[in-house]
Design a protein around this ligand. Structure first.
Ligand code: GLN
Ligand code: ZN
Length: 757
């Protein structure tokens, strides 16, 4: 019998119940007991939903009030020192203090979970770190599940991945040295889990998908040898990329089974099947946990049958990774077009697919004939749908040549043309695009959506806001203005809604971090831009001022990465289609007299594959897509781009190749450290290193920003330097924004005068 199981279920609740409960608790509208009851109710619903599908093993321990890495930190008692100085009333208060910070303690850092848009809380390690079980949460949840008649498979982050994803807070300290202290704690956790009658533990070691140094691999064997015999059987679980380079080592590891991702890395199956140890289970991640398309059940069944002939009883079937990255239930979508809905599967539907495949293997193909037939028909319908294929778009992509990927003149010559044209002062000041999204703005957008606001009401409301934003910027004294982005709910959704080839859900929420969720649009077909998307707003803004107004667009790579992407053609192809749509918008903006256009690419780095060997291919098409979007215009037209992070060191050549005239980046938190890299590389184009962190309510003084700018000038010549905040201002309020920008402008003025004098 092939066994079916799940690696993890979305924890936010089908209607974001967890978000509501968390935010109510943080606002003190409900108490801890009410929050815990709500969390318990979500877990119960999730388990029962999964049980109903008929899965054999259901994950327990995949739930988290904020984040599963933070859960491990709490379980292991790896509490950073600064939180030990305060007495928290409850473990819960401490947990949220670590996640979100308090008035006098800064939060733990948060960063992206592999190449997903989920963010985890980064463990902090130093020579004082000790591990000791401090939270009963996991054990309570196991009992909770058992009381509901669930046969639990407990999910834990493995010791290597836990260390690997953390950061050292002490110089000359290597976190791997903590392993001998960490393993006894894992041993104890596993023994306690076994004592509760649990047979299987899914121990996640996704760090194996990175290019690991040999020392980490050696420690892997050491770790699992130590944990052998601690109690339950261990399923060492990997996902997000191939691990076949370590196949021999993993087969020899003293664990009871392995899970591999066959969606991101289908080729690795053969390597694992060959000489697979007879005493180990092999779990195959055959249903894509990171996308929303219905599976090709026949093909999946064929793969599984082949594996079954090698593995027999030892074959398990699962999604490729936790379903954390998928919305909960397609059935909740009432407004989604029926044709498109038939092509999709969310978490519940994916688990159904797994159960069907299990039945097909165990009871023969005939037992799932209807499902196979439906799957084939849905697939064919999708392949042949007129809504997907637009020959005009495909032709245009085919006809792209090198000339479409470049500006006419090289940067140095464009720069002098642009200088003559714009006559900007040295160290020009600007912002990243959005201004505070006030309640009135949100209300106006909602009213328009619901039909309570007429088109005219809405237009007037937005125009009033643009007037306000322009006037404020004039008063602040900025040199390059923006229209403020009041009309945008989200930088991807806003454009997606105006392009053909995109669909939208009502409840397709995916957790981004803590209580924050995103609703990625579904990119299902060839991308076609029926008409201009931003020109009216931007040109209206430009009529209100004699200073240049920057047009604001979202770049092709970000449009791609923050959507659920069609899986019937390479990402690179879809990226080029998006690039063409944006290119047309850039041209329309230029035609309308807009001389500066910013194409945001905050997700550019997120798209980098986990393995370095795959980087160059990605960077090649990603850079090409950006260049197509930003070429085909006059050399006087100035292209800006923005990326809100600071880990550029590895990809600077690619950033330079994008050839944006100006790039704005995040640097204030790292105190301009990054600029050394830009200087060493001799980055040729203009740069606006962010001089203050917009993610924090703290407003730095003029002197502080001045100091950062002086530091920047040691790396970047003044003719290349811009002055701006780290990112868009939409999450800030006007009072903060006004003060902060005035200080920023005066810092720029002081320095400008000094240079000129
Ligand atoms: N232009 C966008 C804004 O200012 C950029 C957002 C981002 O970088 N994520 O909001
Ligand atoms: Zn940003």
């Amino acid at each position: 019998m092939a066994l079916t199981h799940n690696l993890g279920f979305p924890r936010i609740g089908a209607r974001r119940e967890l978000k509501q409960a968390l935010e109510a608790y943080w606002r003190k509208n409900i108490d801890a007991k009410q929050l815990q009851d709500q969390a318990k109710a979500i877990r119960k619903e999730n388990w029962l939903l999964q049980k109903k599908t008929g899965l054999n093993l259901i994950p327990v321990g995949d739930f988290a009030l904020y984040d599963h890495m933070l859960n491990m930190t709490a379980l292991l008692g790896a509490i950073p020192d600064r939180f030990n100085s305060t007495q928290y009333d409850t473990m819960l208060d401490l947990y949220f203090a670590m996640a979100r910070g308090t008035a006098n303690q800064s939060a733990m850092e948060m960063t992206k979970w592999f190449n997903t848009n989920y963010h985890y809380i980064v463990p902090e390690f130093n020579s004082h770190t000790h591990f000791q079980i401090t939270s009963e949460q996991l054990f309570d949840e196991i009992n909770e599940a058992k009381a509901l008649g669930i046969s639990p498979k407990v999910v834990l982050i493995g010791p290597l991945t836990y260390l690997f994803l953390g950061k050292e807070t002490e110089v000359n300290f290597n976190r791997l040295d903590l392993l001998p202290r960490l393993l006894p704690a894992y041993h104890e956790i596993l023994s306690r889990i076994a004592a509760l009658g649990v047979q299987w533990v899914q121990i996640d070691e996704p760090c194996l998908a990175f290019d690991l140094e040999e020392i980490w691999l050696e420690k892997l064997s050491e770790a699992y040898t130590t944990l052998r015999g601690s109690g339950p059987q261990l399923l060492l679980t990997t996902y997000f990329d191939a691990i076949d380079e370590h196949a021999a080592r993993l087969k020899a590891l003293p664990v009871d089974g392995l899970h591999i991702d066959l969606c991101r890395a289908p080729h690795q199956l053969d390597t694992f099947l060959a000489d697979y140890p007879v005493n180990k289970v092999l779990s195959l991640g055959i249903i894509d946990g990171r996308n929303v398309w219905r599976a090709d059940l026949s093909q999946a069944l064929a793969t599984l049958s082949q594996a079954q002939s090698f593995l027999g009883e030892r074959l398990w079937i699962a999604p490729s990774c936790s379903l954390l990255h998928c919305p909960v239930d397609l059935e909740l979508e009432t407004r989604l077009d029926g044709e498109i809905k038939n092509w999709l599967a969310f978490s519940v539907q994916k688990l159904n697919e797994i159960v069907i495949l299990g039945r097909g293997l165990n009871q023969g193909e005939a037992s799932i004939q209807t499902s196979l037939q439906e799957s084939v028909e849905a697939r064919q319908a999708r392949q042949q749908s007129k809504r997907i294929h637009h020959p005009v778009v495909q032709e245009r992509v085919k006809k792209l040549t090198q000339r479409d990927c470049q500006r006419h003149l090289p940067f140095a010559q464009r720069q002098s043309l642009q200088q003559q044209y714009f006559q900007l002062p040295l160290l020009p000041t600007t912002t990243i695009g959005s201004f505070p999204q006030t309640t009135e703005i949100r209300k106006a957008r909602a009213a328009f959506r619901k039909g309570e606001f007429s088109h005219v009401d809405y237009l007037e409301a937005m125009r009033a806001e643009i007037q306000n934003v322009i006037q404020q910027q004039e008063e602040i004294g900025l040199d390059v203005l923006v229209h403020g982005e009041a009309e945008r709910n989200d930088m991807v959704e806003y454009f997606g809604e105006q392009l053909w080839g995109y669909a939208f859900t009502e409840n397709g929420w995916v957790q981004s971090y803590g209580s924050r969720c995103v609703k990625p649009p579904i990119l299902y077909g060839d991308i076609y831009r029926p008409e201009a998307m931003t020109v009216n707003w931007i040109s209206y803004a430009q009529t209100l001022t004699s200073k240049p107004v920057k047009g604001m667009l979202t770049g092709p790579v970000t449009m791609l990465m923050w959507s659920f992407i069609r899986d019937d053609q390479p990402y690179s192809e879809t990226a080029l289609q998006l690039a063409l749509a944006i290119r047309d918008e850039v041209k329309d903006l230029e035609q309308a007299g807009i001389g500066m256009i910013q194409i945001d690419e905050p997700a550019f780095r997120e798209g980098l594959p986990l393995k370095k060997s795959a980087w160059s291919e990605y960077l090649q098409w990603a850079v090409k897509a950006f260049r197509i979007a930003s070429s085909g215009i006059k050399d006087e037209t100035q292209i800006h781009t923005h990326m809100c992070y600071s880990e550029f060191h590895d990809i600077l050549p690619a950033i330079a190749e994008m050839d944006a005239d100006v790039i704005t980046i995040e640097t204030s938190r790292s105190r301009m450290e990054l600029l050394d890299a830009f200087a060493q590389f001799a980055y040729p184009n203009e740069i606006g290193p962010g001089v203050y962190d917009i993610h924090s309510p703290r407003i730095p003084d003029t002197d502080e920003m001045l100091a950062l700018l002086e530091k920047a000038l040691r790396c970047i010549p003044p003719q290349q330097l811009w002055v701006n905040p780290d990112c868009g201002l939409k999450t800030r309020n006007w009072a903060e924004t006004d003060v902060a920008l005035k200080k920023m402008v005066s810092a720029a003025h002081i320095l400008r005068n000094r240079i000129v004098a």
